[in-house]
Design a protein. Sequence first.
Length: 459
Amino acid sequence: MKKFLRSLFWLAAIVGALVLLSPVVTNRFTQQQATPDSTQQSSSRHSRRANGSGTGIPVLSAPVLTRDVPVYIDGVGSGRAWNSVLVRSQVDGVMLKLFFNEGQMVKAGDMLAKIDPSLYQAQYDQVVAKKGQDEATLANAKLDLQRYQGLATTNAVTKQQLDTQRATVAQNEALVQYDTAAIASARTTLNYTDIRSPIDGRTGLRNVDAGNLVHASDTSGIVTVAQIQPIAIIFTVPQQQLERINTAIAHGAGDLLVEALDNSGTSVIDTGVLSVVNNTIDQTTGTVQLKARFPNKDLQIWPGAFINVRLRVETLKQALVVPASALQRGPTGSFVYLLQDDKAVVRPITVGQQDDQQAVVTAGLAAGDHVVTSGFARLTNGAQVNAAEDPSISASDPALHQITAMPPRGHQGRSSIPRVSGESTSPSASSAIAGSAPEETAASTAPTAIQGKPKSATQ
């Protein structure tokens, strides 16, 4: 019994020792397993600090470019046929045949329709026969006059008889002349039965079918022929732009170019020239009408269609251009975030011409500068940034080569500073520019070296 109790005692002692030592062993093992992961995480944090990634605000940027920039004035107009003719019959009669299809292109002189010529052919034949009769009478009168002249030398006829015969000859000559004119009139009337196109153009819907009786007094006509190659666009611009247009006409080397745009207003469908500036300003709308001529080779402009147009009035030589998305508005005017030493610095600028895509900067920037175009939400003046090139803006983008002239102040049709959707001007940047002095703006026109170039978008 004592031996059994002794064995039980030692078993309990061994179990208790194992229970007491198990937490120590487990903790030691856990520390050994965690050490490599902790070392790896510490090394990763050290590597990120060394590379500088993850410490700056991510932004997109674009360079300040120098190029010739055309300046346009926008307008909205409608297409109008360069010439339009309502073809009508000039004589009464039954329509025998139509020689055109609706919507067909025709040339000047092409036969369009035929009126029954029977009546007019008979009238023509009558006057021709009448002329033959009068010519025979005239010939006989001339022979009698010769006889009278011979008898007069022997005093066989009186002088009165001779004069009467001379008058008869003159009367018959006048009748022949009258018949000649009557023949010409009858021939013209007969030709009117052949209805021809007076111009090159496109036929519309016909207003009469073959077999109907038509009259010269019909106002509906037979068909309308519209000349749409070339075609005209009548558009309006604010009267405040008239001085600029007249100046461009006076100093331009040639005709002012006008571009017709598609419905989206982004693609040019045809290019023409300014033809006429109207001599009257509409007092109700304060606009002036202009007329432009377009070749319309592809028939993309149609009479009556509303068309967006833009008139080129000048070209800015070697202008500094920035994307419109880079522009910000502060209490004292426009500014941009200029990249310097991997920092975004508030730079006041002076904006010249501008549209929804780009703007011409006349003061505050230099060619080669880089400006922030996206990521303004957390920006402050002097903030550390991690910049990448804006993939949506390409230096070779044709859209950067042109700009739309803004209307004079007080007559703007759109916001003067377009904003990027989903972003707003940084409040801290607004307060920073509010304290900028005019001297700082003037000084900022000097070229600024970019110490830290934007990183690649793939980094």
